[in-house]
Design a protein around this ligand. Structure first.
Ligand SMILES: Cc1cc2nc3c(=O)[nH]c(=O)nc-3n(C[C@H](O)[C@H](O)[C@H](O)COP(=O)(O)OP(=O)(O)OC[C@H]3O[C@@H](n4cnc5c(N)ncnc54)[C@H](O)[C@@H]3O)c2cc1C
Length: 436
């Protein structure tokens, strides 16, 4: 392979973050008259969309309890909306539905969305929620839902197609994307700055490095000599010693093979992405009790059916992410997810035999507080570690592009690494998911 011996900017990883950073950095360099896409080399050990971005359900939502996440998501949605054709983005909206325990969280989220001009409808009270849902979906039948937050923006994008869309835009700006190039180490100077990046195709001298390697981040973190365990100070000042910097979770997702158009709104429009959390007992169509604990699912209309998932499973910190695992959901997942679809809408009754053993589901690497780390971790190495929040975060690369050219990003600042030492952590919600 004819790999350059040096690069002004070396981006590692052709997922949403590496690709978006490369594209936006190329645009910034050109706009400032300070260079072009030709100054950027992006390498991936496999290829475009080979990682989590190519398997993600592709849900794009704003609903986050943490103000910093919500503001960042609004910026991400603007990027998705800026070129829906290239990004294969479907602006169908997003709905979060919950039981009483989530009413106050979702009400706060709705109020903050209004403050930042993010269009939504908030419904509270069981009768009003049922009426709202039946208006959209006449066969709606979930019980015990007392809050509905309907975001009128957001939706979903097609995972692999969207990554090729960003890659196409980056290449058109002159960015070089080299596939099958694996980073194996870093040469550093006395100050800890990376002078050269080792790969299986030779060394590359660099000025700046941007890391966007998704669930492989613990590997690169170790190559950079960064700590596997850290102390975490809570906002109350308590210090938790020696916490794992990285923990893996297994994302549980699947799909049913149905005519996608059977999942439509009353009147035939495209349905929003739906996320339901509830404490109502869950039974299969033949009456078998599946759970009486709080459970949740999400689902959306996809190209070949209906796709979605449920809460992920913890794997722990000791896990080999290679080969990247997909399609091995927990055996109980299909029964649970299909029963949950049927619990919500009559049209899904009897859908269990239509569950498809497709390539879906995969591992995510979560940080010590389950929120992203976006920061310089060496003087010239910027790490984008999204803690598995990030297919939707297409706008992070746009911010990173400005940061690596010397600007401050108030959107990324709350995700700096030193929050673990200072206790400047994000508030925690009542959601059962590690990513809300
Ligand atoms: C099943 C599943 C469903 C998800 N659903 C959603 C969703 O609906 N909405 C949402 O917002 N998020 C979702 N996520 C999370 C989201 O997919 C990830 O947070 C995001 O895609 C990570 O993007 P990335 O660019 O950091 O990494 P990736 O997309 O994983 O890309 C990293 C790339 O780095 C390359 N790489 C790794 N190591 C090296 C190396 N040493 N040298 C060179 N290249 C290397 C890999 O080959 C890979 O192509 C989901 C995740 C999973 C697993």
């Amino acid at each position: 392979m004819d790999l350059p011996k040096s690069a002004r900017f070396l981006v590692i990883g052709a997922g949403v973050h590496g690709l978006s950073t490369a594209y936006h950095l190329a645009c910034e360099l050109k706009a400032r008259g300070e260079g072009s896409g030709a100054d950027i080399l992006l390498v991936d050990k496999a290829g475009i969309a080979a990682g989590a971005s190519g398997i993600a359900c592709g849900v794009v939502r704003n609903n986050y309890y943490q103000p910093a996440m919500s503001e960042l998501m609004a910026a991400n949605v603007e990027v998705w909306e800026s070129d829906p054709a290239a990004y294969h983005y479907n602006s169908v909206g997003y709905m979060a539905l919950g039981p009483t325990a989530q009413e106050s969280d979702l009400t706060e989220v709705a109020e903050r969305q209004e403050q930042i001009g993010y269009a939504n409808t908030l419904i509270t009270g069981e009768a009003a929620c049922t009426a709202y849902m039946k208006d959209l979906f006449p066969d709606w039948r979930a019980q015990g839902i007392t809050v509905v937050l309907h975001e009128h923006r957001g939706g979903f994008a097609f995972n692999i197609a969207s990554m090729h869309g960003i890659a196409g835009k980056a290449k058109a700006e002159g960015v070089r994307i080299a596939e099958d190039v694996r980073v194996t180490g870093f040469e550093m100077d006395g100050a800890g700055a990376v002078t050269s990046v080792r790969t299986n195709h030779g060394d590359i001298d660099v000025e700046q490095v941007i890391v966007g390697v998704g669930p492989w981040v613990p590997e690169i973190w170790a190559m950079l000599g960064l700590p596997p365990k850290i102390d975490v100070r809570t906002p109350a000042g308590e210090v938790h010693r020696e916490r794992d910097m990285w923990t893996y979770w297994y994302l549980q997702e699947g799909e049913i093979a149905v005519d996608p158009l059977m999942f439509d709104r009353a009147g035939g429009g495209a349905p929003p992405v739906i996320h339901v959390d509830t404490d109502a007992p869950l039974r299969s169509d033949d009456g078998r009790l599946i759970t009486e604990e709080l459970w949740g699912i999400y689902y959306k209309r996809d190209r070949h059916g209906v796709q979605g998932g449920a809460a992920p499973l913890p794997i722990g910190s000791d896990f080999d992410v290679d080969p990247y695992p997909t399609a091995s959901v927990e055996p109980a997942f299909p029964d649970m997810w299909c029963a949950a679809l049927s619990h919500c809408m009559g049209r899904f009754e009897g859908c269990r035999p239509l569950y498809k053993d497709a390539r879906s589901g995969g591992a995510g690497a979560f940080t010590a507080d389950n929120f992203p780390v976006f920061d310089y971790m060496r003087p010239n190495v910027y790490v984008i570690a999204d803690s598995n929040h990030g297919y939707k975060m297409i706008g992070v690369g746009k911010e990173v592009a400005r940061v690596v050219l010397g600007e401050h990003s108030s959107l990324l600042y709350p995700f700096r690494f030193d929050r673990f030492a200072t206790g400047d952590l994000h508030p925690v919600s009542n959601s059962p998911y590690p990513w809300s």
